[in-house]
Write a protein that binds this ligand. Sequence first.
Ligand code: ADP
Ligand code: ADP
Length: 243
Amino acid sequence: NSILNVNHVTKTYRSGGLFKRNRRITHAVNDVSFTVPQGGTIGIVGESGSGKSTLARCIIKLLNIDEGQIEFDNVNIADLKGKTLRQYSRNIQMVFQDPYASLNPRKKVGEQVAIGPQLYGMTKQSAMEKAKVLFKLVGLDSEAVHRYPHEFSGGQRQRIGLARALALEPKILVADEPVSALDVSVQEQVLQLLAELREKLGLTLIFITHDLRVAAQICDSIIVMKNGNIVEQGLASQVFTKP
Ligand code: ADP
Ligand code: ADP
């Protein structure tokens, strides 16, 4: 019952440069393996530069890996194309540290949440209705769909980011530092919401953070990365009780 299998994955960046001396090879992700059970929450923890985001980008297939396999429902995602790739993209959605960066400042937030469903064939009217339902689901007023991004606080914008990701009814949600830009009290509320949504929707969560305290709070298992390698791996309770 594992939904995602990451098997000996390696991703290397070869940075260009007109001159040979400027060319660099970075082993961003090095022989990384783990499995994510359906409905579970795995934490990918590590300091800045440890390879967390690269790994996330490989999982959502924004980057192609150099070695290894990533399997979703036992299918190698490298083999997906056309329709099956579209299905995969839909099934794995991402939320970011700062949803403000990806929200269009000039467009009503509800319309932005409705874009995804429309890309997948929903009418604008149904997609807007869906946006209202999603706003309620993430703890916002359904009438807030008519507002613009700057009218919301950081925590509320993270809720909008969640609504947008959930609009496509994904099986997996990849959250990249979703609470790192928020005040501690607001962090608690958003983590609480994520845990609720996970239960209610049967979501599988991949939670990326540099913050051990936050990871301990929401994850059942953890991998700790350093310089592209997994340096520790196990149940959250085990990883965090080590001296
Ligand atoms: P984290 O998310 O843990 O901060 P990253 O995955 O962003 O780590 O980075 C891992 C390593 O890969 C770092 O050394 C970083 O400098 C390097 N890196 C990240 N993105 C690129 C890129 N597009 N080109 C070259 N090197 C990169
Ligand atoms: P293509 O037409 O190339 O198959 P799409 O344009 O349908 O791809 O979508 C590209 C990706 O962006 C998909 O993974 C889709 O799920 C995602 N996406 C598009 N709009 C949204 C949105 N509003 N919220 C979340 N994800 C979105």
